[in-house]
Design a protein around this ligand. Structure first.
Ligand code: URA
Length: 268
């Protein structure tokens, strides 16, 4: 059903109705790729609304929160026009329509949050909310502290300077055997290929990339290709990290496990 754009945005938790009008007036909102105007009517079922390039969705049904360990070889999109496998193909048994939050490259692996909580999804992907994502990246050269210092100071990626929030080498476990250099990097920026590009900017070629945490949510022991529901405690922590208080108890999916943080169940 059609509704006013500013009402849709306010309902999605982007800002107050007035704040949303301001965003529209500033030209930061598009509908189906075209700059929006105040008073415009949209159909949330059909139209694609973006703020600062990030898609906005209003949840339908109870809120559902899934952590998936994306294996390489899957797209982190809902659909692929070329028919390649996507993360949606890994959600057997999830009956609510959920969407991937942010993206991971086709060849990357690790933690994907899938939810229909549009307000949380927006905040987790917009750098203004400063929620850090943690990655482990294997690179081709030996550990060189100077390169990490360059990443921390800021490196040029395209026409921007990107500064990582933290960077450290993960000590080798390999009792004498060869192991690639592993770097743990945290950042709250989300541009395409940002971690790989930061590595390249300091002279490392990234060989393997894994996301291990989104804010307080950790991948833990979840095997590649498997999913689990978040605990209530995890949902609360994520929402808090994104500046949202509480967990909207009534709206939350019943099956989001009552939190005792009981380890890492997989599948349905
Ligand atoms: N940075 C990258 O380079 N790739 C990803 O998939 C995510 C962050």
């Amino acid at each position: 059903m059609e509704q006013k754009l500013q009402k849709f945005l306010a309902h999605a938790g982007i800002a107050s109705r007035r704040g949303c009008e301001l965003l529209i007036a500033q030209g930061r909102v598009t509908v189906n790729g075209v700059r929006a105007h105040i008073g415009q009517r949209i159909d949330p079922e059909k139209d694609r609304v973006r703020v600062d390039g990030r898609e906005v969705r209003v949840p339908s049904g109870p809120k559902t929160y899934i952590a998936l360990n994306k294996p390489p070889g899957y797209l982190s999109t809902v659909k692929d026009p070329l028919g390649r496998k996507t993360v949606m193909d890994l959600l057997d048994g999830v009956e609510t329509r959920v969407y991937p939050v942010g993206r991971l490259d086709f060849d990357a692996m690790g933690l994907m949050l899938m939810t229909n909580d549009g307000e949380l999804a927006f905040r987790l992907t917009h750098p203004a909310f400063e929620v850090r994502k943690r990655y482990v990246v294997e690179v081709d050269g030996p550990p060189d502290q100077k390169k990490l210092e360059m990443m921390l100071a800021g490196v040029r990626v395209g026409d921007r300077i990107v500064r990582v929030d933290s960077a450290r080498f993960i000590p080798s476990q390999g009792r004498g055997r060869f192991e690639p250099t592993k770097i743990e990097i945290e950042l709250h920026e989300g541009q395409k290929h940002v971690v790989k590009n930061v590595c390249r900017a300091v002279g490392y070629e990234p060989l393997k990339l894994m996301r291990v945490a989104i804010g307080p949510l950790k991948i833990g022991e979840l095997p590649p290709g498997r999913w689990r529901r978040l605990t209530r405690r995890e949902v609360r922590a994520l929402r808090q990290a994104a500046g949202l208080e509480g967990e909207e108890r009534d709206a939350i999916d019943d099956r989001t496990r009552r939190s005792k943080d009981s380890g890492h169940g997989t599948g349905s």
